[in-house]
Ligand binder design. Structure first.
Ligand SMILES: Cc1cc2nc3c(=O)[nH]c(=O)nc-3n(C[C@H](O)[C@H](O)[C@H](O)COP(=O)(O)OP(=O)(O)OC[C@H]3O[C@@H](n4cnc5c(N)ncnc54)[C@H](O)[C@@H]3O)c2cc1C
Length: 269
């Protein structure tokens, strides 16, 4: 597999990056863990890759009020190592620590995970359960979408041409509690389940990722309301090398039951 030829730009400011991305055939590039493979396979043929890694506005983690604000180019490893994430949102740290392998965690970014919209993602699943919002920017201005509004399908997002994901805003610091369980036979999860409780408004949520094209999310007043059998019936698995539809529904039910029990809902165990 050979990489096709392309031009590479390394902007140092967000406005420069946005101007470059407005060009025909330009595509954003960060860690390259997805896009370079897609290019080698001939699935994507960008003329110009715009490397986002040197744009300071897109980097790092900060706390603002009770929210965590994560720059889109922050890598999984950086997020897992961040002291605020570790102390104030340990659920997210746990998910990030178990993404893929050491290479993917060191190179891959949270923004690349969301924007590639690969269905087998733990990161989109936990962000959906946490009620995170995504800030997008283009030359025309900024807008903010929920994870559900952003992920339109497998490999399909609401990003417009020339638009970038700038940051991810996660509410519920110091307050939200949760559990993440996944079943993984190969490099990516077959089923990923997250249960959160005590969100900023006191509500709970359950999200199931990797089985359907986008995470299935159930908003709840309390985890006790969730019925594992009903959740397994509601998800939309596909038959593939990771398992049959029946197998994935079964796994979903088992993991949902365990996650609810671990989240403190003894009745569902
Ligand atoms: C072997 C392997 C195992 C994995 N395992 C897991 C796992 O267990 N759990 C999990 O959740 N994920 C997993 N992943 C996915 C991994 O998290 C992503 O590959 C990684 O985060 C992508 O980030 P990147 O910076 O490399 O993206 P890139 O490859 O650089 O870009 C990916 C796509 O996003 C676009 N893009 C990137 N940044 C932006 C931005 N800021 N704005 C707009 N568009 C942007 C690019 O144009 C491209 O289309 C795995 C991946 C691999 C290869």
């Amino acid at each position: 597999m050979m990489l096709p030829s392309f031009a590479l730009a390394r902007p140092r400011r967000l406005d420069e990056a946005l101007a470059l991305l407005a060009e025909d055939g330009a595509s954003a590039y960060c860690g390259g863990t997805e896009i370079l493979m897609a290019m080698k396979l001939g699935l994507l043929e960008p003329r110009l890759l715009v490397d986002l890694k040197h744009v300071p506005e897109l980097r790092g983690v900060r706390v603002s009020g009770g929210e965590l604000v994560v720059g889109a180019t922050t890598t999984h490893r950086e997020l897992a190592a961040d002291p605020d994430v570790g102390r104030r949102l340990p659920l997210l740290r746990g998910v990030e620590l178990r993404v893929g392998n050491a290479r993917v965690r060191a190179q891959g970014s949270i923004g690349g995970n969301l924007c590639f919209a690969e269905p087998r993602s733990d990161v989109t699943t936990v962000l959906a359960a946490l009620g995170a919002s995504l800030v997008l920017a283009s030359a025309a201005g900024r807008r903010r979408l929920s994870v559900g509004e952003f992920l339109l399908g497998g490999y399909e997002t609401a990003l417009e041409p020339g638009e970038l994901l700038v940051e991810i805003v996660v509410p519920g610091l110091d307050r939200v509690r949760g559990v993440h369980l996944k079943q993984q036979h190969s490099e990516r999860p077959s089923v990923s389940v997250v249960v959160v409780r005590d969100r900023a408004d006191g509500s709970a949520a359950l999200a199931v990722g990797a089985v359907g094209e986008v995470p299935y999310v159930l908003e709840l007043a309390s985890p006790a309301e969730a019925d594992p059998e009903a959740v397994a019936a509601a998800v939309d698995p596909s038959d593939d090398l990771l398992g049959s539809v029946e197998y994935k529904r079964h796994l979903t039910e088992v993991l949902v039951r365990r996650a609810l029990a671990a989240a403190g809902n003894e009745e569902a165990a």
